[in-house]
Design a protein around this ligand. Sequence first.
Ligand code: HEC
Ligand code: HEC
Length: 148
Amino acid sequence: MNKKLIIMFVLFLAAGFNQQVIAGELQSLRGSVDTDKNSKAPELKKYSKDGEPIARDYVQQPPLIPHKIKGYRVNKNANKCLSCHSWKNYRESGATKISQTHFEDREKHVLANISARRYFCTQCHVPQVVSPPLVKNNFKPVAAITGE
Ligand code: HEC
Ligand code: HEC
């Protein structure tokens, strides 16, 4: 075997070994988890009730969803969110209308309808659950936004 081959072989062995170590010691924020047994996420039941808009912590934060979204489908045929949040329907439903940015494609062309990259709302907007935080968080928004 030449030198190059030997090095490759050693690297190959090391990679395999590494993977085993990682798989054995997997730690999640909730502690150690048996990934095989718990491959399905637990059902979250305590979604926050419908309420007022939640204050934003930084400029460009996608606002959090202050209401339940159970059963709200978004697929290629229909978008439940837009039935309240579109410019056509927001007045009637009392929901905030989607902003101008949601009509821009990635080349910044402004479209007549919602941009495909903003179609799947829950990619960015998430509802909230009543639950203690998983990890401590000391984040403080800059004063310019909160006025504090
Ligand atoms: C039945 C009507 C309805 C549907 C359907 C609906 N919403 Fe809402 N949404 C509202 C109303 C009403 C508000 C609160 C407006 C207020 O109180 O000022 C709101 C608030 C929000 C806000 C907060 C806006 C802000 O400025 O803070 C977000 C984000 C949001 N909804 C996202 C969604 C998403 C994503 C979906 C689909 C999964 C959805 N909504 C479906 C009616 C709806
Ligand atoms: C790629 C991420 C992304 C997706 C997808 C997305 N949004 Fe947003 N949304 C944002 C961000 C970021 C903001 C805040 C800045 C802004 O207005 O663009 C926002 C703002 C909003 C607001 C508040 C507008 C305002 O005037 O304050 C509403 C309501 C909203 N989005 C609803 C929706 C709905 C409904 C969908 C799906 C049809 C959607 N968004 C899809 C990122 C996203």
